[in-house]
Design a protein around this ligand. Structure first.
Ligand code: NDP
Length: 308
């Protein structure tokens, strides 16, 4: 039986509507949450992400401003910008879009962001708060995954969860959130032996790898919930055929755009999974919705209003 499709677009819209309603109340009370986005240089993918984030701010009523230092910016100049944003009372959230150019010390920049304004949840302080189950700011993508699991009524406590990927941005915080929600968690990576067998143990399988369609049928227990975090652009016709042969809608996109987006999970998995997030339209929209939610949360925490 085909999987239940977990609709990220719909869930993200519900989250944004909730955030917008709260922002409206805060604004009426004289508090106007603000987000500063720092976009260094001209990375086309980053520019698209930032555009989406700024647009989403407009939709929910968050004040936003974009800072665009040149691609040759120094670590010192970027630090000065971050310090300035840290000091400004009307800025509740600071987001430094990654990746930064090679001459910039990314770790130093992320460490300089005030943890109370760290809406990406990447500061070691927030990492520590998450791992000790204290209130803090949680990275948007894994937070979005938890939201769609909960809102779709998928049980987590006591379930076997397998996370493929151990990045600081997705894999590790994902594993931590699932542990905190009482799942039994296995984290896999490029050195894991017999990955498919481990994945088949999963009631909840999260793929955050960055390899198009790597998770095929043999990695998935029939009926499992599969969360596909991957976003990979396919431009090669043979690769396209491997994933989407016979899919008229995809063929049309591929013909007109010359590319299509595929997750880390092979589309064939939708035939055996119990529930699955699509790509596009799954985890991606949730990430931006959680950024809005985090900015609201940061505003509440910083300005002394009770957190949601
Ligand atoms: P990273 O490249 O930082 O991490 C990838 C992880 O996958 C690493 O831990 C790596 O292992 C592991 N890995 C790579 N190859 C294999 C393999 N063959 N077998 C098992 N594990 C493997 O990526 P991110 O975590 O930043 O992102 C992962 C994916 O999610 C990407 O496609 C990215 O585009 C997407 N993404 C999507 C977002 C969204 O909003 N939907 C947001 C953020 C990311 P090792 O540590 O050993 O190298």
């Amino acid at each position: 039986m085909p999987a239940n499709i977990l609709d990220g677009v719909k869930t993200a819209a519900a989250i944004r509507a909730e955030v917008a309603a709260e922002i409206k109340k805060m604004t009426a009370a004289g508090i106007h949450p603000g987000l500063a986005v720092v976009l260094v240089g001209h990375n086309p993918a980053s520019e698209i992400y930032v555009r989406g984030k700024v647009k989403s701010c407009e939709e929910v009523g968050i004040y936003s401003e974009k800072h665009t230092p040149s691609g040759s910016v120094t670590t010192e100049d970027l630090l000065a910008l971050v310090h300035d944003l840290n000091r400004r009372e009307e800025i509740d959230g600071i987001l430094v879009q990654l990746p930064l150019p090679p001459q910039v010390d990314s770790k130093k920049i992320l460490l300089a962001v005030d943890p109370a304004k760290d809406v990406d949840g990447f500061h070691p302080m927030n990492v520590g708060l998450l791992s000790t189950q204290r209130e803090g700011l949680v990275p948007c993508t894994p937070a979005g995954v938890m939201e769609i699991l909960k809102r779709s009524g998928i049980p987590i406590a006591g379930q076997n969860a397998v996370v493929v990927g151990r990045s600081d941005i997705v894999g590790k915080p994902m594993a931590m959130l699932l542990i905190n929600a009482n799942a039994t968690v296995t984290v896999c990576h490029s050195k894991t032996r017999d990955l498919a067998a481990l994945c088949r143990q999963a009631d909840i399988l999260v793929a955050a790898i960055g390899r198009a369609g790597m998770i095929t049928r043999e990695f998935v227990r029939p009926g499992a919930t599969v969360i596909d975090v991957g976003m990979n652009t396919v431009t090669d016709a043979a690769e396209f055929e491997r994933f989407f042969a016979g899919n008229a809608r995809r063929e049309e996109t591929f013909r007109t755009k010359g590319s299509t987006l595929v997750g880390d999970v092979h589309p064939e998995v939708a035939q055996i999974a119990g529930a699955i997030t699509p790509v596009p339209g799954g985890v991606g929209p949730l990430t931006i919705a959680m950024l809005m939610s985090n900015t609201l949360r940061a505003a509440k925490l910083r300005r002394g209003t009770k957190a949601a």
